[in-house]
Design a binder for this molecule. Sequence first.
Ligand code: 5GP
Length: 190
Amino acid sequence: MKLLKDRILKDGVVKPGNILKVDSFLNHQMDIDLINEIGKEFKARFADCPITKILTIEASGIGIACIAAQYFHVPVVFAKKAQSVNLDGEMYTTKVESFTHKKVYDVILAKRFLTEQDHVLLIDDFLANGCALLGLIDIVKKSGATLEGAGIVIEKGFQSGGQQIRDMGVRLESLAIIESMSDTSLTFRE
Ligand code: 5GP
């Protein structure tokens, strides 16, 4: 998506540890005109899928998922990062290792918000090693819902998550795939 790639080149900042900061337009301050275009692009790419629900993970996926949902006209549900898991049977639970915080979280989702009737589109801001997305895929599997695919705003193609998730047969649409980055250059996969 050219608009997004141009914005990454203009305002993205590469930080040590393979972190791309896009907090001036995507996941801290949010450029809603740009994210509206991102939402339209996800709708165009998944137009043939009978999506009934968008699933994301807190925190930075939520705003993007909500804007995208206005084009799909479906609810958004987000997995919550929990301090401790209450095993009362009402929640799907999984574990996610945070790439940015180097911590393992329990992630929970109330069972009543995802059922086997649902057709799910996953949305997140970044795909790096894939832990966040694999956690969401695990929750979808546990629910018995149908996974239609995953929409990612920025995939870091030099990390393993994208390959792993495509190898699982999941339809993965990333709007910008970064081939390589350093503090002096950033290239995209065509
Ligand atoms: P993964 O679980 O795929 O390793 O990482 C995905 C999550 O880590 C995303 O939800 C995002 O919040 C965060 N993340 C991974 N890489 C980056 C990055 O380069 N920049 C920023 N801002 N967040 C990242």
